[in-house]
Write a protein that binds this ligand. Sequence first.
Ligand code: GMT
Length: 376
Amino acid sequence: MVIGITCYPSAGGSGIVATELGQQLARKGHEVHFISYAIPFRLDKYEPNLMYHEVDTTAYPLFKFPPYTLTLAAKIAQVARDYKLDILHMHYAIPHATCAYLAKQMLAELGNHTPKIITTLHGTDITLVGQAPSFYDMTRFSINASDGLTAVSNYLAEETKEVFNLKKDIQVIHNFFDSERFQPGMCECLKSDFVKKDEFLIAHVSNFRPVKRTLDVIDIFEKISAEVPAKLMLVGEGPETVLTRRQIKKKNLEDKVFFLGNQNRVEAVLPCADLFLIPSEEESFGLAALEALACGVPVIGTSGTGLVEVVDDYVNGFLLPVGETSSMARAALSLLNNKERLSEFKKKASENALKKFNSEKIVTQYEKYYEDILNA
Ligand code: GMT
């Protein structure tokens, strides 16, 4: 198949999934065209069957805001025509599904072959952005206008149907990970680079947006480190970084917490960690949690979110209600204070992640869905 993929190229779950999906599809012999304003951040090496097409972000004195949505739609139409795309796979509804719809109208008007549009809903496009009054109608229209719709969890599919009163079928296809990259024991540094012997290493990876509740991360860690020797490794940056730093200072934790900033390859450091904290308010799936599990790191996260489809509660992690940082710290300590239990959880983390979310299994589900939509 010839597949066009549009995603946000910056560090974010939807861009990562889109990029790794494109790479895996290209390795399986499909022709894949990425269309975005920058090279997706994990597209870091040459791959046969894979091309990147850059969208102009035209500046003109009359435009206060460059009309990216229009230039993206025009680029999608151009690539679809030049390469005879079968599928346009849009990751994140706003504005990508809308741009694909516009591109398809342009192609049809000129009598060109039109590709099928598949939109993958990733989370905040539905749970936050899509519900904002100025985006609601456009999100609903665009997902209804797609030929196929997938969501990264049952949790998100149900939320979408409810919020948009949607009758359309939504195919659930979970996130996945590349098992050649994410493995226990594949750390490219030594645990002793970060912690002293007998100290635990606790990790958190996110884009530090309010939905990630990074202040809860600090709160949980404070409670953990009051009981056992531990350090906290924070990976990523975002709007809450300053607030998080302030909280670390306020709680006198500066000696125990360190930031690594944005990392292209979290798999280089994640396997060194003993536990992963993800106390998010909302999480449609929790790719960061899956990547931790894949590296053999148990997860402490929030119940009532898509994390319930990723983490096996009491097997490779614990899920507790949003904001219950004391319970989360207690759950963490029940592992850190019991070496045998911790190593059993670590074993189950990588085993279950591989069984349920290996790339071969999930990418095949996307291929099958593409075929179903093409034949519909
Ligand atoms: O919230 C993020 O970290 C980024 C966001 C995105 O769309 O880029 O992530 C969402 O998509 C991921 C990939 O499908 C999911 O694993 C994340 O759970 C989801 N984030 C939220 O729902 C908050």
